[in-house]
Design a protein. Structure first.
Length: 269
């Protein structure tokens, strides 16, 4: 039996069980692996170890997506993550300050040279430095940051020049302002999909910076932004590829929504 897409999150695991699965079932056919750690378990003993992850990388060279949920990764070196990954998702995990950091030796190869998609959900330790580390070493196409309250405008500013190939950006529950949006519009010209949800502050001035994103096809604006209908129409009319506009959560009257829709006949709402 070939195991290609494996989701172990519903199950209580141990180091012994994972080693057994790795020796008996997880082979070159494995493409996707999803695992729930022991961060919130009664035992508080994390079964994910450097040896296990290194063995996973050697035995499953075709693994391209790894999802770790509720895992304590503070004692795991970043370089033990399988180098074959193109997609990494961390949800409710603890990570050390040195994660995503480039080796001091120029002869040391990059840890995740193929990484294109990074999703960070409610990882409280994820900081400006983490974003700079990972963006400066990879060519990300997709970046989702949700509940990363340590991320600031300065972090976006420093990382943005390294994210020029980014095609999809999602920022949810992040403490950013118009200043960050300015650098998104300045550097991330290849964006096709952009979402701002429950961020602290976005005004008409910041929204206007998005007019530079000529490849943008989908724009999602959610929460209590201080945006005027005229500013939304103006920026959307400046985006020739825009075909999807989501204004969920923005408190506009029905008449205002109809006005926006009439001004953007090529957009789906």
């Amino acid at each position: 039996m070939l195991w290609r897409f494996v989701d172990l999150r519903p199950y209580k695991l141990s180091s012994r069980i994972l080693w057994h699965l790795l020796r008996q079932y997880l082979r070159n056919s494995l493409r996707v692996l999803k695992v729930r750690g022991a961060l919130y378990s009664m035992r508080k003993h994390e079964f994910l170890s450097p040896a296990l992850l290194q063995a996973l990388g050697k035995q499953c060279p075709s693994l391209y997506h790894l999802c770790l949920t509720q895992a304590d990764l503070r004692r795991l070196p970043y370089d033990c993550i399988p180098s074959s990954l193109k997609s990494l998702k961390l949800s409710q995990c603890e990570i050390p300050a040195v994660w995503f950091q480039k080796s001091a030796s120029p002869e040391t190869p990059r840890v995740l040279p193929q990484l294109q998609h990074l999703m960070i959900h409610n990882v409280s330790a994820f900081s400006d430095q983490h974003l700079l580390n990972v963006s400066s070493q990879t060519s990300l196409r997709t970046l989702t940051l949700s509940g990363t309250y340590r991320l600031t405008d300065a972090g976006i500013q420093r990382a943005a020049p390294y994210l020029e190939d980014l095609e999809c950006l999602v920022l949810r529950k992040c403490v950013i302002t118009d200043a960050a949006v300015h650098f998104i519009g300045r550097h991330m010209k290849q964006l096709r999909s952009l979402e701002f949800s429950n961020t602290c502050s976005l005004t008409d001035a910041g929204l206007a910076c998005l007019a530079a994103l000529k490849c943008l096809e989908t724009l999602h604006l959610e929460s209590r932004f201080k945006l005027s209908p005229d500013a939304i129409v103006a920026v959307c009319q400046a985006l020739p590829q825009l075909s999807n506009l989501n204004l969920d959560g923005i408190d506009f009257e029905d008449q205002t929504i109809h006005k926006i829709q009439a001004s953007l006949p090529n957009c789906r709402f």
